[in-house]
Design a protein around this ligand. Structure first.
Ligand code: NAD
Length: 508
């Protein structure tokens, strides 16, 4: 398959997958122009996985030039059917290798392997969705008057920089590549420095799938250098970014100089509203998933539980007990429910929030640092126990800032108006969940919460085919559905004279 280093499963010592660690530019894997590399690690163990080529300015220029060449060369004019075939082949290759790629993802990110499998399957579905959509990218036609027929064309924007975070490395890459390539754009993908490996593997699979050289380039490297160079690059037409709100703001500013198209999928502080009339058992298990999946390192993590007075005591006690019982451990083990965080530094930042909450007068109901019960070989300092913080009020820092870890705050509310007010009282607006036995109330509250997605009696807020994106400081643009094609196309109007006579308004 694609060359590079091999790594070994710690338990079996058997080679599992060979993965690429060099830059992918113009259809070939190569070292950085200046030979620079950086280490990428398994955060759960601290083990060095690979030395990865570190792109610099020269490599960014080369990747953008390759993408421009491929765009103007043929890709933009390839038939939609051909682009769809390539995307479907990529989907199939990804599906066939989902298990081995999930191990790579789990080892580079620290998330449970079974979660990585589920995310790779979602990436497959996303590629298939946009392979189909490529063939339905229609314009409109309009008879302006008897002498003018107009129609519109949906044309690709050009060279797209896709800058993605570390929390769902392969899935986030697919969310951006699939609509971009379907619409005939070419891409320079910059994975997060912490998790470059599956993005590089995806680039290799793209070549295997017949995606032409230069159409998909992958350049790992530091955000402030490589990401920012892409965001400001005169050869880039559009930046698609997923990451923190502060980074998104910076990217929008840098991209403004050349008036690039920008779409931003940013942070969240999503509410999870439990009314007393809900099926409280269903609300509890759903709410556990909604915060502790991916160890809470999820943009749509429902990190603020709002529970109605009458149900509060019972719900908070049962939720806390279940959270404390979740199995933390080896991300490769099948029964692990919560893996490591992305790094020691991030775990310590998350624990800092827990400390600050207690300092502000909130109550730690369960969670905090791990207590030495982890299997040998795991780095306890990269893990955080599922944490529940009670006695929280909305103005506290813990209720306002994105923590991005396995930490949920739990607050009580009196009536529906309070619930809606507090749900909306943050600068973010990505997702929300409402649990209620009253159907009308579910829809009513869904309409009043200002976020890009609302689940009623389900913790799920993202599926291929359903638009995903933010209100407020959670960003702009929608991914995962047909709306995404608007982000990757320009509309061109073509006007045609159809009258029998010359058009001669000057009467000459
Ligand atoms: P981050 O903003 O630190 O980094 C994201 C990417 O941007 C990385 O590739 C990074 O190298 C790059 N980057 C950093 N500084 C840059 C700069 N100045 N210019 C250009 N690129 C730069 O985010 P993260 O820590 O990797 O990811 C976590 C964040 O992502 C959270 O805030 C989370 O909510 C958000 N997120 C949002 C969504 C969504 O769909 N809304 C999905 C997943 C994650």
């Amino acid at each position: 398959m694609y060359g590079g280093w091999r790594y070994h499963h710690p338990m079996t010592d058997a080679a599992i997958v060979s993965a690429e660690s060099r830059l992918l530019i113009d259809g070939t894997f190569r070292d950085a122009a200046d030979g620079a590399t950086f280490g990428t690690h398994n955060p759960a163990t601290g083990e060095l996985l690979a030395d990865v080529a570190r792109a610099g300015r020269e490599d960014v220029d080369a990747a953008v030039a390759a993408a421009r060449g491929a765009f103007e060369g043929a890709w933009a004019r390839t038939s939609p059917a051909k682009r769809a075939r390539a995307l479907n082949r990529l989907a199939q290759l990804l599906d066939e290798r989902a298990d081995e790629l999930a191990i790579l993802e789990s080892r580079n990110n620290g998330k449970p392997r079974w979660q990585a499998v589920a995310e790779i399957k979602t990436a497959v579905a996303t590629l298939e969705l946009f392979a189909g959509a490529a063939q339905h990218l229609y314009g409109r036609s309009h008879v302006v008057n008897p002498s003018v027929l107009a129609y519109t064309l949906r044309e690709p924007v050009g060279v797209c920089a896709a800058i993605i975070p570390w929390n769902y490395p392969l899935m986030m890459a697919a969310w951006k590549l699939a609509p971009a390539l379907a619409a005939g754009n070419t891409v320079v993908l910059k994975p997060a420095s912490a998790t470059p490996l599956t993005a590089l593997a995806l680039g290799g699979l793209g070549l295997e799938a017949g995606i032409p050289a230069g159409v998909l380039n992958v350049v790992p490297g530091p955000g402030a250098e490589v990401g920012e160079a892409l965001a400001g690059h005169p050869g880039v037409d559009k930046v698609a970014f997923t990451g923190e709100t502060a980074t998104g703001r910076r990217i929008a500013a840098v991209a403004a100089d050349t008036l690039k198209r920008v779409s931003l999928e940013l942070g969240g502080k999503s509410p999870n509203v439990v009314f007393a009339d809900a099926d409280l058992d269903a609300a509890m298990v759903g709410s556990l998933w909604a915060i502790y999946y991916s160890a809470g390192q999820s943009c749509e993590a429902r990190s603020r539980l709002l529970v109605q007075d009458e149900a509060y005591e019972r719900f908070a006690a049962a939720f806390t007990e279940k959270a404390a019982a979740l199995r933390i451990g080896d991300p490769l083990a099948d029964d692990t429910q919560v893996g490591s965080l992305i790094s020691r530094a991030h775990a310590s930042r998350v624990l800092g929030y827990v400390e600050s909450a207690v300092d502000e007068g909130a109550e730690l109901l369960t969670g905090g640092p791990v207590d030495g019960s982890l299997p040998d070989g795991l780095d306890a300092e990269a893990f955080v126990r599922p944490t529940v913080i009670g006695g929280v009020s909305n103005e506290m820092r813990i209720a306002q800032e994105e923590i991005f870890g396995p930490v949920v705050t739990i607050q009580r509310f009196g009536d529906e108006a309070d619930a809606v007010r507090w749900a909306n009282d943050v600068r973010y607006g990505l997702a929300a969940t409402v649990w209620t036995g009253d159907g009308a109330r579910g829809h009513r509250v869904a309409q009043r919460i200002r976020s890009g997605a609302v689940g009623i009696n389900t913790p799920f807020v993202a599926f291929p085919g359903i638009p995903f994106g933010g209100f407020k400081e959670s960003g702009y643009g929608r991914e995962q559905a047909l709306e995404a094609l608007d982000l990757y196309t320009e509309t061109k109007a073509v006007l045609v004279g159809t009258g029998p006579k010359a058009i001669n308004p000057l009467g000459v």
